[in-house]
Design a protein around this ligand. Sequence first.
Ligand code: PRP
Length: 532
Amino acid sequence: MKFDISCLQPKEQASFALRALYEAAGCRKYHMGRFEEYGLYQENRSFLSSEQVITFTDLDGRLLALKPDVTLSIAKTAQPAPGETLRYYYHENVYRPSAESHTFKEIGQMGLEMLGDVGEVQVRQAVSLAAQSLEQLGQPWVLEVSHMGYLFGLLDVLDVPEASRAALLAKLKAKNLHELKAAASAAGLDEAGADALAGLMSLCGSCEDVLPRVEAACRNERMEAAAAELKAITEELAGAGGSIRLDMTLAGEMEYYNGLVFQGYLESLPRPVLKGGRYDLLMQKFTPGAGAIGFAVYLDELDRLGAPLPPVQQQKTEKTMLNVALPKGRLGDKVYDLLAGIGYGCPEDYNATRKLVVENPAAGIRYFLVKPSDVAIYVEHGAADVGIVGKDILTEASADVYELLDTGLGKCRMCVAAPADYKDDPSRPVRVATKFVNIAKSYYASIGRDIDIIKLNGSIELAPILGLSDVIVDIVETGTTLRENGLRVVTEFMPISARFIANKASYQFKHREMDEMLEKLRAALAAKEEKK
Ligand code: PRP
């Protein structure tokens, strides 16, 4: 019987196609074992997506790890000679923690690395192979390109201290303009500096539109060199088959890279399937003077490739539908009224039915009515394109989404509260009852106080009354619940309001629709504010 490749899973088919592509480009397969010395990860933590690694002691007492990453091992062992460029590809499994399953996951990766003499030619070849890898996967694709030199060049001009950079990168990475300004001011920037940083947010879109603005906004040689490289790369990629987008906030994702960075998305998949960039500084730790560029394709993400969209998510008309995760309840009603007022209403009253999906194909809008605490999950997983969620839930879930707007709706505060006569006893940990375990842990870690957490799902105020806990960490809106139960606010530490969030992959393919909704929302909220 003849072997039929189409009976293989999408990721298996992809691995054959990518192997052929990389071999034809002159890359050699690099095979390695599953284990690596743990010290390698300890010394290069910033290169890993998580510091959590599975470790074990070898028979001779060495501390080993199940590989969380392939690039580090190749960079360590490759040893290119001066003037030599090594071109490798690999197909390996890595082991990383998964927040969803609360355990480690085995992740299949196929990737490519160029090490040693890495100049313009090699960079072009690597990025072009990244684009060709996406093209092999047979779906419409987007390659987002950015440059660390551009971002760091601007941070240099603005004199941003090293210690403040991570906080700013986090806001850029989430496209969180509303909190970027406060973070900039906390980093010591004046208004002009904060505006310059905020300007990076608008440098996102097609090359024709964004590149001239990227060039015009350069303020030093580092930024100019980065812009020139971006121009050369986008020219190289013209005609690659997919859509090439520039996004100067992408650099926030990838602090360990030092030059060009890029990320690839396929239509219908909710997360990036390819990530890469230039990492000379890491390479130079192992081989002085050497450069490096590479990327990885996340094969497991391809599992859902080609699966038909559930009927409820399919297009009904030519108009692209935006799928909105709407929190059921009071906040959802406020948000829906706002959206209906700017042209996103539905003929059907969702409050009058038990239906969980209502839509208006003519307006290109579809609502999924979900529990408020689940909004971020639907959006992060791409089941909905956008959603509206309280900052409390978003922070607790650490959802990897864009946080595009603070709607100012549903305002309240995250507080520590306790019985009126409560006094902290420093001789033992504080017993904290809460729904927001992660928020409570990180607040108490920030003040250096040891705690015992008691996770509850509601009616938190009961816990200290019954002696189950000393304090609670919870949201306070009017303060009525606290008052009526004899509790008082000890500390307020996080202002909360509803945020408009977006799935990162959906944003690549439906950015026009999302930007339009965002602009209308901004205008409606500003008009509402003016009326007050
Ligand atoms: C929230 C929160 C407080 C209350 C605060 O509870 O957990 O209990 O609202 O509001 P207030 O300051 O205006 O009194 P929610 O209604 O979500 O119910 P829950 O107790 O089940 O969490």
